[in-house]
Design a protein around this ligand. Structure first.
Ligand code: NAP
Length: 298
């Protein structure tokens, strides 16, 4: 029996673990980051199926390499979220160092219909800077700058999760006077009920809302509920990341309501310097992973 390590925290990771749980060939360890560790009944259910659940970081690539050695892991399957940039780098480095097989489940990005309300931006910092420049241009006095300014964007929903919204808020604050001058009426960030806001997170301009306890932060809520949310707060700009998978209800609702959508591009895996073989071991779905020879070759 060989041991596989699944780097988890996504629906794909759970699907993989569930499929492999019954296999007599594999012992499966499923790893969850500390931030995901609270209140994860679905992972507990995997535990009842025989999957070993471990929680919390490894301590960087070196720590993960030590874990691979200690548990005699034959293969690492990174099924973390497309924006989990550190984990994918650490997982690859550790697997290389330990000469251990590696695969990545890399879901396809959303292919959203182009529209005049949709902008693609490279990162969170760019979205904060753009909001400042759009609103400053919109409020410039005659002859000051832009002749036909775009309308200001006053009510903003940061659909970036806790980590992304925190990063956005830090960027916004670092803009100092520009942010103050361009200050929208409302900036909402939404996180899930079980997650306490991190200590030191004092951004008075940001209104933090907590999702109802029944919903999960990383799941798409229904389009109708998202539309009601956007209408309740009269949102005119949604800033989101291109997480991929099923199109998020919030984006469909925002598109239907004519909101502006600024979509942050996902990190670029090519920056990891992947070899040709490693590139072959990137799969868009668990089904593609199974259909490959990866498990047989381990
Ligand atoms: P990240 O920036 O890549 O990871 C930060 C650190 O968290 C890593 O360096 C690692 O700590 C630890 N970590 C991350 N994933 C882990 C895992 N599966 N098992 C054990 N430790 C892990 O990632 P992130 O954006 O904070 O996301 C954290 C987790 O949440 C990921 O597992 C991801 O799948 C899940 N998630 C993230 C998002 C998102 O929007 N980013 C959305 C849905 C789910 P050490 O260096 O100490 O090993």
């Amino acid at each position: 029996m060989h041991t596989l390590l699944i780097l988890g925290g996504t629906s794909e990771a759970r699907e993989l673990a569930q499929c492999l749980a019954d296999s007599p060939q594999w012992r499966v360890i499923y790893s969850l980051a500390g931030v995901m560790a609270a209140n994860q009944p679905r992972e507990d259910a995997l535990g009842q199926q025989g999957v070993t659940i471990r929680r919390g970081g490894f301590g960087g690539a070196a720590g993960l390499a030590a874990f691979i050695a200690q548990e005699q892991i034959a293969g690492v399957i990174d099924a973390t979220h497309p924006f989990a940039e550190n984990m994918v780098r650490n997982g690859l480095m550790a697997a290389r160092h330990m000469n251990c097989k590696w695969a990545k489940i890399w879901r396809a990005p959303w292919a959203i219909e182009p529209s005049e309300n949709l902008q693609i931006l490279p990162n969170i910092a760019a979205s904060a800077a753009k909001l400042g420049s759009v609103n400053l241009a919109a409020t410039a006095k005659d002859g000051e700058s832009v002749q036909f300014p775009p309308p200001p964007l006053r009510r903003i929903f940061l659909a970036l999760g806790l980590k992304g919204s925190t990063e956005w808020a830090k960027n916004w604050h670092s803009m100092g006077e520009i942010a103050a001058a361009a200050q929208p009426e409302l900036i909402i960030a939404r996180t899930f009920a079980a997650a306490p806001l991190p200590l030191g997170l004092t951004q008075p301009e940001i209104t933090w809302l907590q999702s109802p306890p029944a919903s999960h932060p990383y799941e798409n809520t229904a389009i109708g509920a998202e539309a009601a949310f956007l209408q309740q707060y009269q949102i005119d700009l949604v800033i989101a990341r291109n997480s991929g998978g099923n199109l998020a209800g919030k984006l469909t609702a925002a598109g239907n309501l004519g909101c502006h959508i600024w979509l942050i591009e996902r990190p670029d895996l090519s920056e990891l310097g992947l070899t040709a073989k490693e590139r072959q071991h990137i799969f868009a779905t668990p089904a593609q992973f199974y259909a490959s020879q990866w498990l047989e070759l381990t």
